[in-house]
Design a protein around this ligand. Structure first.
Ligand SMILES: Cn1cc(CCO)c2c3c(c(-c4ccccc4Cl)cc21)C(=O)NC3=O
Length: 291
């Protein structure tokens, strides 16, 4: 019946972790499996509206995209009491936007961290693009962080008496994941719902959808540029166009090769921007091989 709520029946709501015009996002514990999930509750969109297309896009995309280490995992979606509900993997480290917020007061985000973000998100995009899909809303708030405490049993032959020496090594493993698939569309017959204009390349504004994967690369480039610079990106106007003409400010404290890579990612001509696969194998991102 209408008033039985699967949400309250299956989940214990722990705290609200997001708020938007769409509704709210909650950190919840599943009463049966005991795991924590991120659940977004939004008002059921009007049938046939743009919002309905975005809501359906999101669920279709999650269903097709299945499981990937650098794409936030989807578990279930349902409608109840005039609400659309989607249950996703909970990423316990906040978003890149949260990291940027924190770095405003303290230390800036360093080059090594941003190279990790680039490598992980490029791997996620390579997977999405390999399925002839594009994300279309890559930005700091949609890159989520998972931190996992890994424990290793480390055993070493001790030099002198030849006995095995064992010790426990703890290591925090950070994984960056692409979330919010509400703008995902197929490159075959694209129904482009523009993402955040701060990260939008000019060709999409001009409705040129011939290189949609490169719009994701552009948005990722500006995402990293903003995280490195610590200044908010323009929504429009002179500075917005200057960036689309390839004019980026220098990034003091960052290597020249990093700044050149970002510049290449936001090139005006989409065909010049690297593909996600080229980024994954880019020499400045691959961990140094022990010689
Ligand atoms: C605002 N907000 C904060 C978080 C926690 C980050 O530590 C969060 C998550 C998600 C989402 C989300 C985004 C778009 C669609 C559905 C969901 Cl659940 C939103 C989130 C999501 O899918 N997984 C999250 O962890």
């Amino acid at each position: 019946e209408a008033n039985v709520s699967r949400y309250h029946h299956e989940f214990l709501e722990l705290e609200q972790i997001g708020q938007g015009e769409f509704g709210g996002v909650y950190k919840c514990r599943h009463r049966l499996d005991g795991c924590i999930y991120a659940i977004k509750k939004s008002l059921k969109p009007v049938a046939g509206s743009v919002n309905e297309r975005i809501a359906l896009n999101e669920v279709y995309a999650h269903a097709v995209l299945g499981k990937h280490p650098h794409v936030v995992r989807y578990y279930s979606a349902w409608a109840e009491n005039d609400h659309m509900i989607i249950q996703n993997e909970y990423c316990n480290g906040g978003s890149l936007a949260d990291l940027m917020e924190k770095s405003k007061s303290g230390k800036k985000i360093d080059e090594f961290t941003l190279k990790q973000v680039l490598l992980h998100v490029a791997k996620g995009l390579k997977y999405i693009h390999s399925l002839q899909l594009v994300h279309m809303d890559i930005k700091p708030a949609n890159v989520f962080v998972s931190r996992e405490q890994k424990v290793y049993l480390h055993s070493e032959e001790s030099a002198d008496d030849g006995f095995e020496e064992e010790h426990i090594e703890e290591e925090e493993e950070v994984t960056y994941k692409i979330g919010d698939l509400g703008h995902v569309t197929s490159i075959v017959n694209p129904q482009v719902e523009e993402g955040d204009c701060r990260y939008l390349p000019r060709e999409i504004l001009q409705e040129d959808f011939s290189h949609l994967q490169k719009a994701d690369i552009f948005a990722l480039g500006l995402t990293l540029y903003e995280a490195a610079r610590g200044e908010p990106l323009p929504l429009n106007g002179e500075e917005w166009h200057a960036i689309r003409n390839g004019e980026l400010q220098p990034l003091p404290g960052f290597s020249i090769e990093w700044q050149m890579l970002l510049k290449q990612m936001v090139q005006t001509d989409p065909t010049v921007r690297p593909t996600a696969s080229q980024l994954v194998h880019h020499p400045t991102l691959c961990p140094p091989t022990v010689m």
